[in-house]
Design a protein around this ligand. Structure first.
Ligand code: FAD
Length: 466
């Protein structure tokens, strides 16, 4: 029997949802603790966004070193010491996870190591191997995140790996089959392709990156095919895997035909499942969706008063910045601020070659929402900076309201899309029109000029295309 420790706010999980919520709640004067059963920083910092972007960037360096012949650059004997790449990547992860702990401490938010389990609607028990302690709280923010989905016939092993396994590989595989052409599979597949791995992608739907417009997905698939070591099969159903002495044989049904693929590894990236089952939520009676996600309102509050939920365990895109955004809203709401979630300008980025980025409405969703819209496109090939960077594939598309040019959304397929999308998110948040963007002076020569030019297309008078 222990005496419960009293808290204002308990946060469960220290990913980009949880640690941000804890810091903001502490800044607003709450007595806060964060429970974490695994590594500080959650999926994003340890086995998600950060390590994947590190490997992707290292892959780009290899690709650029090997393939800059059109610029007159030839490099022989480009070698990769992959364990050194991994060491560099781990160093970045370490720096950030240590940083998160420092930030929490600096804001006087306590870190509790252990697994949290609900006893009732204002009590949680937190356990590690050695001890167990009960905490009571006025408010709780659940931010327990998600884990990779295992599919029937593909049990995790040394050879059947998830994104976590792929990020930890100590050598560059000769061949890898990627099941699932969503953003995680395509990002990791591209990174390893750039390191020299032969990649076979098996995607169930009609295109890779099925969440994106066909024209955008095509920019990526064309570039992947150009690499020469990537094969993409769509409408492909992975059936099973057999482990051989030093690899795997994957069976798939592709457009009705059975095919087998030999590889060193099979990477399964078919989606993620919310960590909501082992939390004791049934003790509290929180309402869930059919998919096992927690239902929340505009303040991120669940059906139980005082219990909030954020990040991958609630509806919407499973992205780090969405988790952090919801975390800030929840912390502010708990502290009595009138904050409310507005998903309109949440960007989504895919770090493939080239990158994809979207924010706000696309043409279809804008029409469905009842807007009379105009779509205006500008190609990267007509931008001086893109030419000088050898990044001419792709386009930007702006979606504006016909009557007044109000910016409703933007889609970018092209180099630097990940950074360019920020300007358009800001423009949407600020209620700007195509004219506002076109009248903003953008430095020359930059990728940023593409926004200005696409806005000029919307106004009917672009300078650099006819
Ligand atoms: P998580 O980051 O999953 O953190 C949840 C934490 O809760 C974990 O640390 C877990 O140990 C802890 N926990 C769970 N249950 C308990 C319990 N009972 N008690 C105590 N602690 C518990 N998103 C982007 O925006 N950009 C990207 O580029 C990007 N790249 C990605 C690449 C990969 C390979 C993957 C897998 C994901 C990527 N994501 C990316 C998605 C991003 O990582 C997630 O959306 C984000 O981490 C979700 O944050 P979260 O706070 O909801 O949960």
């Amino acid at each position: 029997g222990d005496f419960p420790i009293e808290l204002d706010t308990l946060v469960i999980g220290s990913g980009p949802g949880g640690y941000v919520a804890a810091i903001r709640a502490a800044q607003l004067g709450q007595k806060v603790a964060v429970a974490e059963r695994g590594e500080m920083g959650g999926v994003c910092l340890n086995v998600g966004c950060i390590p994947s972007k590190a490997l992707i960037n290292a892959g780009h360096r290899v690709e650029h070193a090997k393939h800059s012949d059109d610029m007159g650059i030839k490099a022989d004997n480009v070698t990769v010491d992959f364990s050194k790449v991994q060491e560099w990547k781990s160093g970045i992860v370490k720096k950030l996870t240590t940083g998160v702990q420092g930030l929490l401490k600096g804001n006087k938010a306590e870190i509790i190591r252990g697994e949290a389990y609900f006893v009732n609607e204002n009590t949680v028990r937190i356990m590690d191997e050695k001890s167990s302690q009960t905490y009571t709280f006025k408010n709780c923010i659940i931010a327990t995140g998600s884990r990779p989905i295992e599919i029937p016939g593909f049990k995790w092993s040394d050879r059947v790996i998830s994104s976590t396994g792929a990020l930890a590989l100590q050598e560059v595989p000769k061949k890898m089959v990627v099941i699932g052409g969503g953003y995680i599979g395509m990002e990791l597949g591209t990174a390893f392709a750039n390191f020299g791995t032969e990649i076979t992608v098996l995607e169930g739907s009609k295109q890779i990156l099925p969440g994106f417009e066909k024209q955008m997905s095509q920019v990526v698939s064309k570039r992947l095919k150009k690499k020469g070591n990537v094969e993409i099969f769509t409408e492909a159903l992975a059936k099973g895997v057999e482990e051989t002495k030093d690899g795997v044989t994957v069976t798939a049904e592709i457009k009705g035909e059975t095919k087998t693929f030999e590889a060193d590894y099979v990477l399964v990236t078919v989606g993620r499942r919310p960590n909501t089952e082992e939390l004791g939520l049934e003790q509290v009676g929180i309402e869930m969706t059919e998919r096992g996600l927690i239902k929340i309102d505009k303040q991120a509050q669940t059906s139980v008063k005082g219990i909030y939920a954020i990040g991958d365990i609630v509806e919407g895109p499973a992205l780090a910045h969405k988790a952090s955004y919801e975390g800030k809203i929840a912390a502010e709401a708990i502290s009595g601020h009138p904050s409310e979630i507005d998903y309109l300008a949440i960007p989504a980025v895919v770090f493939t070659d080239p990158e994809l980025a979207t924010v706000g409405y696309d043409e279809k969703s804008a029409k469905e929402a009842g807007f009379d819209v105009k779509a205006s496109k500008f190609p990267f090939a007509a931008n001086g900076r893109a030419l000088s960077m050898n990044e001419t594939d792709g386009f930007m598309k702006l979606i504006t309201r016909k009557e007044d040019g109000l910016l409703l959304g933007a889609q970018i397929a092209g180099g630097n899309a990940s950074d360019m999308i920020a300007e358009l998110g800001l423009a949407i948040e600020a209620g700007m029109t195509a004219e506002d963007i076109a009248m903003t002076i953008h430095a020359h020569p930059t990728f940023g000029e593409i926004s200005m030019e696409a806005a000029e297309v919307a106004l009917g008078s672009p300078i650099h295309i006819v």
